[in-house]
Design a protein around this ligand. Structure first.
Ligand SMILES: Nc1ncnc2c1ncn2[C@@H]1O[C@H](COP(=O)(O)OP(=O)(O)O)[C@@H](O)[C@H]1O
Ligand SMILES: [Mg+2]
Length: 232
C-alpha cells in the first residue's frame, strides 16, 4: 500500500464530468481512469474542447467530478472539504492556468509572493525567494512590472514562478506552450522540468499538440470523452 502511494501520486477512477446548461447535460467525459507515477512527466493531448482544462481543474481540486474519484498521494479528494482541498493545493499542488490568471493590478513580484503569504515564511526571506525565482526565470529586472507591461512569454514565466514558489510535488500546467514561439516554449519546458529533475515532482501538461513529446514519460490522448495511454 505504502509503496503504491509513493509510486502513484495521482489516480483517477471512473471519473465523470458533466455540465448542465438550461437543464441540458453536457457530458465532457465519463469513465476516465488513470494512475500517474510520481517523478514523471505526463502529457495529455487532445483537441480544443475535448475536456483538458476541465480535467486539470478536477485534478487540482478546483472543481468536483460528477462521479468517480481522485486521489492524490493516497488521499481521496471526496473526503476533503473545499477548505481542506485549498490547503492541500497551497502546500503541494501548483497550477498554471491556460490564461495565466495573473492579477493585473499586482506586479510580477507581488503575483509570485501572494502564494507564500500564508506560508509562515519571514517577509525578508519571502522577498528573497521571489526575487531569486524570478531572476532564475530571466525576469530579475522586471520584478516591479505589471502583467500588462510584460510580453506573453514573460507573463507565462511569472505564472511559472508563482506555481513553483511553494515547491509543489504536483505541477499541473494547462497548455503552457500554447501561445508562444518554439524557442520560448523550450524555455518554459526547461523551467517546468527543474522540479521534476531536482526533487522528483510530477508534471502533468496538457497540449493540443505542440508540446514536444520527447520530454514526456507518458502520453495520454483525450478523445470523445475518453482517455487512452498512447505509448510509454
Ligand atoms: N463551466 C462550464 N459550463 C459549461 N460547459 C463547460 C464549462 N467548462 C467547460 N465546458 C465545456 O466542456 C467542454 C470541454 O472544455 P475544456 O475543458 O475547456 O476543453 P479543452 O481544455 O480541451 O479545450 C467544452 O464543450 C466546454 O464548452
Ligand atoms: Mg483548455
Amino acid at each position: 500500500m505504502e509503496d503504491n502511494i509513493k509510486k502513484n501520486v495521482l489516480e483517477a477512477k471512473d471519473l465523470k464530468k458533466s455540465f448542465f446548461l438550461n437543464g441540458k447535460e453536457i457530458k465532457v467525459f465519463d469513465q476516465i481512469n488513470f494512475a500517474f507515477e510520481s517523478g514523471k512527466v505526463i502529457v495529455i493531448k487532445g483537441r480544443s474542447g475535448v475536456g483538458k482544462s476541465t480535467l486539470l481543474s478536477l485534478l487540482g481540486g478546483l472543481d468536483r467530478p460528477s462521479a468517480g474519484s481522485i486521489s492524490f498521494e493516497g488521499i481521496g479528494f471526496e473526503n476533503l472539504s473545499n477548505e481542506e482541498l485549498a490547503l492541500l493545493r497551497r502546500k503541494k499542488i501548483g497550477i498554471i492556468f491556460q490564461n495565466f490568471n495573473l492579477l493585473s493590478s499586482w506586479t510580477a513580484a507581488e503575483n509570485v509572493e501572494a502564494v507564500l503569504m500564508h506560508s509562515g515564511i519571514d517577509e525578508s526571506i519571502r522577498r528573497q525567494k521571489v526575487e531569486s525565482l524570478l531572476t532564475e526565470l530571466g525576469l530579475g529586472d522586471r520584478l516591479d512590472n505589471l502583467p500588462s507591461e510584460l510580453s506573453v512569454g514573460q507573463q507565462q514565466r511569472v505564472a511559472i514562478a508563482r506555481t513553483l514558489a511553494n515547491d509543489p510535488t504536483l505541477i499541473l500546467a494547462d497548455e503552457p506552450t500554447g501561445d508562444v514561439d518554439p524557442e520560448t516554449a523550450n524555455e518554459i519546458i526547461e523551467k517546468l522540468l527543474v522540479p521534476v529533475k531536482t526533487r522528483g515532482a510530477t508534471l502533468v501538461v496538457t497540449t493540443h499538440g505542440n508540446f514536444p513529446e520527447s520530454f514526456a514519460d507518458q502520453i495520454f490522448q483525450m478523445k470523445d470523452g475518453q482517455i487512452n495511454l498512447n505509448h510509454a
